[in-house]
Design a protein around this ligand. Structure first.
Ligand SMILES: [Fe+2]
Length: 289
C-alpha cells in the first residue's frame, strides 16, 4: 500500500468506475497508512459531526459498538438502512473506503449494495417519466444519532437544529456519471425525503414505488467482510445498507446489548469529478466566462 505507484492508483480508479466497487484483500495497514492511501486516491474529507471521528485521525469515521474502559468508541449502529453516503450534503463525498477493524466472532458481517444504474435501466417507463429532469430532496434528519448531550431536547427542537446545521439539499434525480456517462437513479429510502416541485403525496408515492422496485433480490448484492479487506465504492452508482439486524421489538435495548462487537473505519472522499456530468459542463462554462 505504501509503495503503490501513481499508475497503479489510476488503474484502481478506472476499475472502480467500471465495477462500481473494488475490494483490496489482505491489507494490513496502520491507521496512518490508511489515511495516506486515501489522500493519494482522492480528497478525503472528515465527517461533519466530530463525535464520529477517530480520536487521532479525524479523516476516519468510526462506526463501532465497541466500548473501551466503559467508554463508547465511535458511533454504534450506523447505516442499517438504504442510503448513499453523505447524499444529504451540498457536495456529497462521492467515494467511500471501508476497512473493518473488529468483526463479529460468530456471525457474519455483511453490507448490501444496489447498482442504481441497473435500476435506472430496468425502471418502468411510467416511473422514469415521473422523475426525468426532476430533483430529489435529501436530508439526514431521520437518521440523526442522538448524542448524550442531546438529552432533554425534544424531537421538534432537534429536527430544527439538524435542519439548521445540515439543511435539506436537492440533486438531480437522475445523474449522468461524469466518468462513464452512465445514468443513475440518485435516491435512497434513507436520505431522499421528497421531489422538488411535487406535492408531498406525489413525492411519497413515486419514491416508494422506486425504492420498492429497487430493493429487491434482482438488484441486491451482498458483500461478506473479512479482516484485511479494504473496500472502495462509488456512491453515485451504489446505494448500500449495512447487514446488521434491526432492533424493532420492545426489548430494543436488550437486542442492542446482545450484538457482537464490530468496528469499521470509514473514509469518505471526493474524486476528480463533480457529482454528475452536467456539473462538469457548468464548471467548464464558469472557467470560460
Ligand atoms: Fe454508509
Amino acid at each position: 500500500m505504501k509503495n503503490i505507484s501513481d499508475a497503479e492508483i489510476s488503474s484502481l480508479q478506472n476499475e472502480l468506475y467500471k465495477n462500481r466497487i473494488i475490494i483490496l484483500k489482505n491489507q494490513d495497514i496502520s491507521d496512518e497508512a490508511y489515511c495516506n492511501f486515501a489522500t493519494r486516491f482522492g480528497t478525503p474529507i472528515p465527517y461533519l459531526q466530530e463525535n464520529y471521528h477517530h480520536p487521532k485521525f479525524p479523516l476516519i469515521f468510526v462506526s463501532s459498538n465497541v466500548k473501551k474502559d466503559g467508554k463508547q468508541i465511535g458511533v454504534p449502529r450506523t447505516g442499517g438502512y438504504w442510503h448513499s453516503d453523505t447524499s444529504f450534503e451540498k457536495e456529497p463525498k462521492v467515494l467511500t473506503m471501508l476497512l473493518p477493524k473488529v468483526l463479529p466472532a460468530t456471525a457474519k458481517r455483511t453490507t448490501k449494495f444496489i447498482d442504481m444504474n441497473a435500476v435506472y435501466k430496468a425502471l418502468p417507463k411510467n416511473l422514469l417519466k415521473e422523475i426525468e429532469g426532476e430533483e430529489f430532496i435529501h436530508s439526514g434528519r431521520w437518521k440523526y444519532k442522538i448524542r448524550p448531550e442531546d438529552a432533554g431536547i425534544d424531537i421538534s427542537e432537534m429536527l430544527e437544529m439538524i435542519d439548521f446545521y445540515a439543511p435539506p439539499v436537492s440533486h438531480p434525480a437522475i445523474l449522468e456519471h461524469p466518468y462513464t456517462k452512465e445514468k443513475i437513479v440518485y435516491g435512497t429510502r434513507g436520505f431522499t425525503i421528497g421531489i422538488k416541485n411535487k406535492t408531498l403525496d406525489d413525492s411519497q408515492r413515486i419514491l416508494t414505488e422506486i425504492f420498492d422496485f429497487a430493493e429487491t433480490d434482482q438488484f441486491i448484492k451482498e458483500v461478506t467482510w473479512s479482516l484485511g479487506d479494504l473496500i472502495i465504492w462509488d456512491n453515485r452508482f451504489l446505494a448500500h445498507c449495512s447487514g446488521r439486524k434491526k432492533a424493532i421489538t420492545e426489548n430494543i435495548h436488550e437486542d442492542v446489548k446482545k450484538e457482537e462487537e464490530t468496528m469499521m473505519y470509514r473514509i469518505t472522499l471526493k474524486d476528480a469529478f463533480p457529482l454528475c456530468a452536467s456539473q462538469l459542463h457548468e464548471n467548464v462554462n464558469a472557467l470560460q466566462n
